[in-house]
Write a protein that binds this ligand. Structure first.
Ligand code: ADP
Ligand code: MG
Length: 252
């Protein structure tokens, strides 16, 4: 990439990350409004944010403040009403829906708050799904799903339909599905919300490991300060705005 590429100069632009480093995720004055009965609600009201490659960020804030919208828009699952979203140098807001889908498949993992498992597939098929959708042969994809069972305490559940899982089990399956492609960027919306504290610690250990060993950039939403403490950076969302940024409390 050319060192002379133009950089945004507007004062509303997010602070530049370390010189030369392209942010893994960049939001530039992002707004997202939804219709609601009589008018519109601003789920995001001008969010600018730059996340460094390999960084681990916790997103906190009250219910309804815009956390899920922030993740959805950043991951290309939803489009902003205005503003730019740039992931790994690609401007999602300037790309066709098909190109966004490909970029998501190749670079992004997403752990949904409501798991979004495919009910008629077995647990191992659900975990392998991103690989199968990427064209990998079934035997290879299922083989790659296998180690996740031990790692996440899911041994014995391989052939079970995802509709037959407890909330905590489904949440761990969703997490394995998000991590199996070793994504450049992993978004996780309250990934420990259905877990007891011991399992929650285990899951946070895996996420931390993924961020460190794979160089993944991790962005997770949580209500639990104990979970947020794993992150190096906290972003607080209030009324659709990023209202404060603080360093995480866990050292390197
Ligand atoms: P959080 O994840 O922090 O609880 P959300 O991002 O889900 O918040 O929602 C932010 C605001 O946007 C809320 O007022 C919510 O009702 C509204 N909202 C979110 N998604 C939609 C949607 N698809 N349609 C209409 N309103 C929505
Ligand atoms: Mg939410």
């Amino acid at each position: 990439m050319s060192a002379t590429a133009p950089t945004p100069t507007s004062p509303a632009s997010p602070a530049a990350p370390a010189a030369g480093a392209q942010p893994a995720v960049l939001l530039d004055r992002v707004h997202r409004t939804y219709p609601n009965g009589r008018g519109t609600v601003a789920a995001l009201a001008g969010v600018s944010l730059a996340l460094a490659p390999g960084s681990f960020t916790a997103v906190m804030g009250p219910s309804g403040s815009g956390k899920s919208t922030l993740l959805n828009v950043s991951a290309g699952l939803d489009r902003p009403s205005s503003g730019r979203v740039v992931v790994g140098g690609s401007d999602l807001t300037a790309m066709s829906p098909d190109a966004v889908t490909r970029l998501r498949r190749d670079r992004i993992g997403f752990v949904f708050q409501s798991y979004n498992l495919v009910g008629h597939l077995t647990v191992d098929e659900n975990i392998a799904l991103p690989l199968l959708l990427g064209g990998m042969r079934r035997a290879s994809a299922l083989a790659q799903a296998r180690p996740w069972f031990g790692r996440l305490g899911l041994d014995g559940l391989e052939g079970r339909r995802s509709g037959e899982l407890s909330g905590g089990q489904a949440q761990r399956v969703a997490l394995a599905r998000g991590l199996i492609t070793r994504p450049a960027v992993l978004f996780a919306d309250e990934p420990t919300g259905s877990l007891d504290s011991l399992t929650g610690e285990q899951v946070m250990g895996l996420l931390t490991e993924a961020a460190r060993d794979q160089g993944s950039t991790v962005i997770l939403v949580t209500h639990e300060p104990r979970v947020a403490a794993y992150a190096r950076r906290e972003v607080v969302v209030r009324d659709g705005r990023v209202s404060s940024l603080t360093a995480g409390r866990v050292g390197s």
